[in-house]
Design a protein. Sequence first.
Length: 381
Amino acid sequence: MRLNSYDDFTPLKEIVVGTADGYVDRILDLSFDMFISDNVSGTRGYYPSISTWRDSAERRDRNTPHRLALKERFLSELVEDVEGIAAALTSLGVTVHRPMAIDPDLRRVTTPAWDAAVAPPLNVRDITLVLGDELIETPPTLRNRYFETHFLKPVFMDYFRQGARWSVMPRPLMTDASFDPGNDNAAPNIEVPDNPQPSPYDTGLEPLIDAANCLRLGRDLVVNISNENHALACDWLERHLEGRLRVHRMHKLTQSHIDSVVVPLRPGTLLLRSPEVADFLPKALRTWDVIVPPAPTVDDYPQYENGDPIPPSPYIDLNVLSVDEETVMVNDACKTLVATLEARGFTVVPVRHRHRRLFGGGFHCYTLDTVRTGGAENYLD
């Protein structure tokens, strides 16, 4: 089919599901420090921040034989669960596309300004924005994801041959000086960069944004702006989409991604992390019906003995995937969320996803819907 995806809730026909194959370890550099900052709720959750963990005994002991054996087990279970997500979507009649495999010998990549480990294309939602008949590769906010869209090229080429537009936002140099360190510009609780260094390639702040900062609603695109990097990227989107889509700026709802904070389940209904989220939304969205499930507790997640920092929000299980306006894929461990949605008339498809907080990402993160039946509808007027 031709590329066509304007929203997250009309009937789903085709989707890309990421892969966890080749996942080695979490990157630890300035770009990671900046990314894991917590959200506007003012709490860091149930796990230590990167600055606390950086000098801890847990970090020094993280590669003991026992720890490595645990990591191998968790990675194996992550691969199993991602494959289960793909199988569940196929069983629902959705055509599933997959990224190309990463050569096992490809461990690091190098640019003129830095080098980094290679991340597998797992959270494919983050790095590509699908707007109608256009693929837009976004400038990544983590260095180890810089070339991640390369592993999606065969899928993108197929859609391009069928008539899709294909754009790439400006590729950043991503030196330490590229990142907005916060101050008065960024969302609260931003992590302090660890010893940023000058580079001969410094150009100052650059456009940096993940597609998961954006909410797609037919002819409207809502963009969460939490720092100057996001604002510059939004400038590009506004100019690029002028005359085709309307871009709305939403300020400092979270430090970055919003798809575990505000989720449109169908026209007129939003799934929200908390009632306060509505205060940040465009005025037209504040009139929609709201579903707010009970807040998660520490007992709702697997516990890990190694004390590693956990980047995702404790609300990661709100990262659901709608198959259509009545059917929602939800983590099978989230009994309260399942009951909440069923009570509101939704059909829930429970699917296993065990280590969502350890490795990051939910069903929406791990997928990129490329064909839905909806069009450039006007949901905000």
